[in-house]
Structure formats: structure tokens, C-alpha cells
Ligand binder design. Sequence first.
Ligand code: NDP
Length: 358
Amino acid sequence: MAYQPAENRYDNMIYRRVGNSGLKLPAISLGLWHNFGDDKPLETQRAIIHRAFDRGVTHFDLANNYGPPAGSAETNFGRILREDLKSHRDELIISSKAGWDMWPGPYGFGGSRKYLVSSLDQSLKRLGVDYVDVFYHHRPDPETPLEETMYALRDIVASGKALYVGISSYGSELTAEAAEFMAEEGCPLLIHQPSYSIVNRWVEEPGDDGESLLQTAANNGLGVIAFSPLAQGLLTDKYLDGVPEGSRASQGKSLSEGMLSVENIDMVRKLNDIAQERGQSLAQMALAWVLREQGEYGVDTVTSALIGASSVAQLDNSLDALNNLEFTNAEIDAIDEISHDAGINLWAKATESKTREN
Ligand code: NDP
């Protein structure tokens, strides 16, 4: 039976405007970093994507190297798109990225025009689309002049192969420089994609220029889409009683068992108690927290929380976070008191490559 998306799919999702642009994203978006490679059954992938779309998730985030093997998440998503969602292409925001290691030799990594343009061409082939909606530079590259990377992004938009462009894991200062270049070029950066969660708050800390990344993004009209808002699963109840078989921590991938230290699990247990008092799962509270209203920039400080999911049940649980995004001051204070940096920011080193000079 051909897939028929739910007719009421737009009824319950919240859509937020991305920075100063005219584009809106769902408050929760789905990323395909893990769980969509060739190591996972295609039918499970298909079920998760169908369910996401049925619940108003219009944004699917990919990168050239998602898999394993690298590239297979784009190929698998492209197949599901072709087989089930082709007639809905204009209802979807599909993103991809280049910046981390993709192929051997000097042209498969970094921020050169050579790498970005050829990688995007490969991504379009794997996805089976003429353009992506958003194309990102995946990480700052201190060996490439910022101008070269930004002008490559500008020319990619001009070529029609991406409608918008963004950056990921750039620090505050470099983000401001990049945003200025692109504004002058008449091709403003749409969005920044940083890691952000209750236990990884670098985006709130002032950079060398005295501004936090969240402030810099807002001041330059960029939206923010927060990746790993569940700290790869740490901010859920799944590790409270050990490491379940099949979980990310059991697979020797990006969530090492070292991140599940006694201190971290003790903290997660206390956070779980607060979530329960709120009538939410911990995953739901962690997502609501990322999306919460933040002083100066209000509810749009973070445009979207970019989650992963290995099952439809997880996805459903996470999407139900949208039923309660409100926090009392007492809850925010209690979360602040309990939480500490969990040492899970794997991208910190990339972010440290700051200005063109260093
Ligand atoms: P999350 O922090 O949302 O972690 C997702 C994992 O948490 C799932 O795979 C699952 O673990 C577990 N989980 C999810 N929902 C629930 C739930 N409701 N209850 C219990 N457990 C749950 O995000 P990811 O780390 O997966 O990253 C999300 C996306 O962000 C990526 O797919 C990618 O698109 C983007 N990203 C971007 C990066 C960048 O450099 N720009 C880097 C990293 C990610 P399990 O699999 O064990 O079941």
C-alpha cells in the first residue's frame, strides 16, 4: 500500500520562524546521523520517517558522512523520499552538510570551495533531489580562509543547489564574521547548528567578544537549531538502570560508556525526578528546556530541537514534549542546581578554531 500521510499532520506541530528569514521550521526536527545507515533495517527507518511527517515534522537533517557507511543515510533517505514522499517534496526541508571527513585525500575534508561544491553534488545524487533546502559548512576549518568557504556557500545558493546556507559548530566570534560577510554578499546565513542541552551549555557562555553564540546568532538574524538536545540519549531514562542492549552507548559509537559516569547518572536521576513532577518524561523535559523562552530573545532563541530516534515509540515520546514547553522559575532553578557539564561536547575542539588569524 502506498504511504498516505496523515491529513491532520499540520494540526499539532509548532512552527517557528528561522531568525530573520521567511522560513519556518518545526520546533522539533529529525536528524539522521545515527539509525539511518545500512546497519539499520530500512523498514524501521521508513516507519520513523513516516511517523515524523505524519506529526508535522517537515525538517530532516542529513550530512554527507551520515551512515554507516558514510553516505548511506542520504541514500536511504533518498530512497524513502522517492518511494513514499516524492509528491510531498515541497512540504519538506531537507538539509545536508560537508566539513568533516568524507573521502580520502586533501579534498574530502575542511572548508575549501573544491570540497563543498563536489560534496554537495554527491549528496544531491545520493538523495535523488535537484537541490537541498539548507546546506551547511559542518565545522570551522582554520586552514581555509573564511572568505573562501563563505563565497563557496554564496555561489552554491546562486547555482540553485541549495536554497539557504548555514554553519555548524562555529564559535561566537567566527559566526559574527561569517554572518557579516554573507550579509554584505546579499546571501545571509540562515541558521547555526550547535550542540546544546541541559548538560552542554557552551552556546550560553560569552565568547572572546563577550557575546554568547545564542546572542550572536540572534543579533545577526540567524536561527538556531540545537543538535543532540538529549545528549545522545543520556538525558532520557534509558541509562538509569545500566546500558540496554542495542542502545547507542552499547554500540561503541559516539556515546562512550565513559560519558555514563556515576556522577552523570546520579545527575540524570535527579533530573528525571523533576521531569516526573512535571508529568513529563526526562526526554520531554530536556527538549522543552532547549526550546524554553529565554529572556531577551524570547521563545525564538532556539528555533528547533534536532533530535535522533531509533524507534517510532521514542519519536512519539519526544514529540509529546510540545504539550508543555513552560517552566516555572523554581523548576529552572532546580534544573540549574542539579545539572553540570557532562563532558559530552565532542565538537568543542572544532569550535575552538576561531578567527582567521588563529
Ligand atoms: P539526541 O540527543 O536526540 O539523541 C538521540 C538518541 O537518544 C536516540 O538515538 C536514542 O538513543 C535516544 N532517544 C531519543 N529519544 C528518546 C526518548 N524519547 N526516550 C529515550 N531515549 C531516546 O540527538 P543525536 O545525538 O541523535 O543528534 C540528533 C541530530 O543532530 C543528528 O541526527 C544530526 O542530524 C544532528 N547532529 C549534528 C551534528 C553537527 O556536527 N552538526 C553532530 C551531531 C548531531 P538509542 O539510539 O540508544 O535508542
